[in-house]
Design a protein around this ligand. Structure first.
Ligand code: ADP
Length: 327
């Protein structure tokens, strides 16, 4: 989450925990993923076994952390969260693994950013709940196998391609989360509005849903911006019209693209004549972090068909070109 510095993507919102679904019934969408996880959970409970390790892949804000916490709750085990960048040294991870309550669901966000030596500790930990401890150095070095409590690892990543094969292969369950459809986001927004005591009509929530880049975290954040706007302007209920005016002020256009999206598209057209252009060149021109472009900006533009990835780089599609020339 610390990758997402640009102002368009402020990450945590004060009520984030309040809005996080606590049961599968409140977790909207991702039906295929939920169905298969429920089967795996039931089977593990029947066998009184730990659940297989799970890898969740998808852009930020689609509900990976939320889902991991729901799985822990359904299994009746404790939930512990860490992240790739936070586990700097092998000792950090060993400290966690050796102290786990049996059956714990350990969630590691941004698992593709685990340093290699730390990652290697996970191999035997995941495979047979053991870690190798090395005593002495050089010729006198001996290793000692240390048992650790059984646990389930849930790894989340925005970039499955950056995971090493030995790590990836140790996840028995691997699932991709998809962007959400506007009606799904509208349902999430209606629930959030209820919790926060915000008046909104169905068209208002659909309008915010349409402009949230398919992402629940963005939808919840925009809801608050629209609430501010409607209060200041004396509306008691957020209607479609109120939502449209508020979001335009936030720099979000009728297609749901934000300022960075449009700058990205326009830069390809103006500076690179529509592409193909490499991501490093784009990052330099936009003065942005290439990882942010790859993890946050591009996935939605690709999904909406404004952008295409080719071996030579990124290029605008016909509809991307159309937007870029609208001005
Ligand atoms: P990720 O871990 O993928 O970055 P999170 O799990 O932190 O995403 O989700 C961000 C926020 O979006 C959550 O706090 C939650 O309020 C909301 N959210 C995500 N997925 C869903 C969903 N399927 N249904 C309802 N709300 C969701």
């Amino acid at each position: 989450a610390d990758l997402l510095t640009p102002e368009e993507f402020p990450e945590e919102i004060p009520d984030a925990n309040l809005l996080r679904p606590r049961t599968f019934d409140h977790y909207v969408g991702q039906k295929d993923v939920i169905d298969s996880l429920k089967v795996a959970i039931q089977a593990a409970l029947l066998r009184e076994d730990t659940l297989d390790h799970i890898l969740l892949h998808g852009p930020p804000g689609l509900g990976k952390t939320t889902l991991a916490a729901l799985v822990a709750r359904a299994m009746g085990v404790s939930f512990l969260a860490s992240s790739g960048p936070a586990l700097e040294k092998g000792g950090d991870l060993v400290g966690i693994l050796t102290r786990l309550a049996p059956g714990t669901l350990l969630f590691i966000d941004e698992i593709h950013r685990l340093p290699r030596p730390v990652e290697e500790i996970l191999y035997s930990a995941m495979e047979d709940f053991s870690i190798d401890v090395v005593f002495d150095r050089g010729a006198a070095a001996r290793t000692f196998r240390h048992r650790i409590p059984p646990f389930t690892l849930v790894g989340a990543t925005t970039r499955a391609g950056l995971l090493s094969a030995p790590l990836r292969d140790r996840f028995g369950i691997q699932r991709d989360l998809d962007f959400y459809q506007p009606p799904e986001l509208a349902r999430i927004l209606e629930r959030s509005a209820g919790i926060l005591g915000i008046g909104i009509d169905p068209e208002g929530s659909l309008e915010i849903g349409r402009r949230s880049r398919g992402t629940p975290r963005i939808a919840n954040r925009l809801l608050k911006r629209v609430r501010d706007f409607s209060q200041v302007n004396g509306h008691s209920v957020i209607s479609r019209d109120v939502a449209q005016r508020a979001l335009r002020m936030e720099g979000i256009d009728d297609r749901g693209l934000n300022r960075i999206d449009r700058r990205f598209i326009e830069t390809i057209r103006v500076v690179y004549n529509g592409g193909p252009v490499g991501i490093e060149a784009m990052a330099a021109t936009l003065q942005m972090d290439p990882d942010t472009l790859i993890d946050v900006v591009e996935p939605y533009l690709l999904k909406e068909g404004y952008l295409a990835r080719t071996p030579a780089g990124r290029r605008l599609t016909a509809s991307g070109w159309e937007i870029a020339t609208e001005g």
